[in-house]
Design a binder for this molecule. Structure first.
Ligand SMILES: [Zn+2]
Ligand SMILES: [Zn+2]
Length: 179
């Protein structure tokens, strides 16, 4: 979804479009195996609903994107699925080489676009990736796995017993006084 900045009216333009989830999935895939980065998968094309305003140069973008993501539950490794609405609010100004670094740093809420076109889909991709949660759970109340037998405790209790007194290797810590 590309727009010519000069064509955006001051009374606003309403837009609704989808962003290909394949491209987003390529960006969240860990670059190397075993890096431990969270693995996300976009289930379908995020749908963006935006209103853009312009004065010929400065462009204001307001709206949100609805996404559905899947990942492994951080506690039990089962499927975690979440629907989210990612808010999008930004001010875009034409990039000028005359712009001093100082000016760019002063207003961090402003982004710059190069050339005449604004690629809204690309901007949205960045916003969506930044909004992804650090970790996900299959359910807020997920009980996780038993540390001893690995049973998924959401499916019921296992037969592992609590550590019997005397076999608690950490009990020594309780006797240490912290100065
Ligand atoms: Zn879980
Ligand atoms: Zn167990």
């Amino acid at each position: 979804m590309r727009l010519r900045a000069a064509d955006i009216p001051s009374d606003g333009l309403e837009l609704e479009f989808c962003i290909g989830h394949g491209e987003l999935n390529d960006r969240v895939r860990p670059s190397e195996e075993g890096t431990g980065s969270p693995f996300f998968c976009f289930e379908e094309d995020p749908r963006a609903t935006l209103k853009v305003y312009g004065d010929g140069a400065t462009v204001i973008v307001n709206g949100n994107a609805n996404i559905i993501i899947r990942s492994d539950c951080a506690r039990c490794s089962e499927l975690a699925r979440r629907e989210m609405s990612v808010p999008l609010q930004l001010v875009l100004k034409p990039f000028s080489s005359k712009l001093s670094l100082q000016e760019q740093v002063e207003d961090v809420s402003v982004d710059y676009y190069k050339g005449e076109d604004i690629d809204l889909a690309e901007l949205l991709q960045d916003f969506i990736l930044l909004a992804l949660p650090y970790r996900m759970f299959c359910n807020d109340d997920c009980k996780g796995l038993c540390v001893k037998c690995g049973k998924n405790l959401n499916e019921g209790l296992c037969s592992c017993k609590e550590d019997p007194p005397g076999d608690d290797r950490w009990s020594v810590l309780k006797t240490i006084k912290v100065l």
